[in-house]
Design a protein around this ligand. Structure first.
Ligand code: ADP
Length: 265
């Protein structure tokens, strides 16, 4: 797979001339492999919750007079698995849309303060008092797509909550810098070993599969973040120390920021 194979095709053109088409098989094989991997992963991820749901349905059919408490517990587990499938399908659709080259980016002027205040509030709701979540804002407004950026920022905050044990601190900072501005999500969580960091934004890549599933993670969050940022000319920087915590920083170039918009009422 590492060697480059080139196919040269000669196609008749207007009966006289010929054009030469070179085709990089290695690249198309790679894309094909990625597609197969994606289908295999997605099928596997969907099959697991479906197996659980089917199992409980079989029990319900075989034992119609189950005790009320048990029946409710089974229904709750089925609902959770159904939600997991829903999250997966939603994330897969989002990713597919973001990856399609002809999906236009609808840009608008974004007020950063209300956007981040809402995201911090949602983070606090998810944390349910288990973490201290602090937001500081000292930066410009942004040009971009509100829905996409909200989903990218929310993913980072949700991960910080998921991968930080109870009692931890999560700080969200929006700040101007020489390049433009950045949004940093810093947690005091479980951290990530260096060998995993470069692969985190791959689809379905997780450091610890069971932990990610426990917390309703789909393994697609950071892949979505990467695509949204690419579309906004922004970059993601990940710094982490195992057992101490991680910082995910989104850097926006000055072409995406609006310096004086924040001053206007
Ligand atoms: P998931 O839905 O599994 O959270 P993501 O794509 O959002 O998927 O993240 C991929 C993996 O990166 C996670 O499974 C987890 O192992 C790791 N990760 C992401 N954010 C953090 C964080 N703040 N602290 C520790 N690990 C993280």
């Amino acid at each position: 797979l590492h060697e480059r194979k080139l196919i040269i095709q000669i196609i008749p053109f207007e009966n006289r001339r010929q054009i030469l088409v070179t085709h990089d098989v290695t690249e198309s094989e790679r894309i094909d492999m990625m597609r197969r991997d994606f289908v295999a992963n997605a099928s596997h991820e969907l099959r697991t919750p479906l197996t659980v749901i089917n199992g409980f349905l079989e029990i319900a059919l075989a034992q119609p007079n189950l005790e009320e408490g048990t029946r409710m517990a089974h229904l709750k587990l089925m609902t959770e698995q159904g939600q997991r499938m829903q999250n997966l399908i939603d994330d897969m659709l989002t990713l597919t849309r973001l990856e399609s080259i002809d999906y236009p980016l609808r840009t608008e002027v974004l007020r950063v303060r209300p956007l981040l205040e809402r995201i911090a509030e949602e983070g606090r709701a998810l944390s349910a008092g288990k973490h201290e979540i602090v937001l500081t804002i000292d930066g410009p407004d942004l040009k971009g797509n509100a829905e996409e950026l909200r989903s990218a920022f929310t993913n980072l905050v949700t991960n910080a909550v998921r991968y930080t044990p109870e009692g931890g601190r999560i700080s969200l900072r929006w700040q101007s810098d020489e390049q433009g501005a950045h949004f940093a999500v810093q947690d005091t969580g479980i951290g990530i070993s260096p060998e995993h960091i470069s692969r985190l934004t791959e689809r379905f890549y997780r450091v610890d599969k069971s932990r990610s599933r426990e917390t309703q993670g789909t393994g697609l969050g950071l892949a979505i973040v990467r695509h949204v940022l690419l579309r906004h000319h922004a970059t993601l920087e990940i710094a982490s120390v195992p057992d101490h915590g991680s910082t995910f920083t989104v850097h926006f170039p000055s072409t995406q920021t609006i310096q004086d918009y924040a001053q206007t009422p």
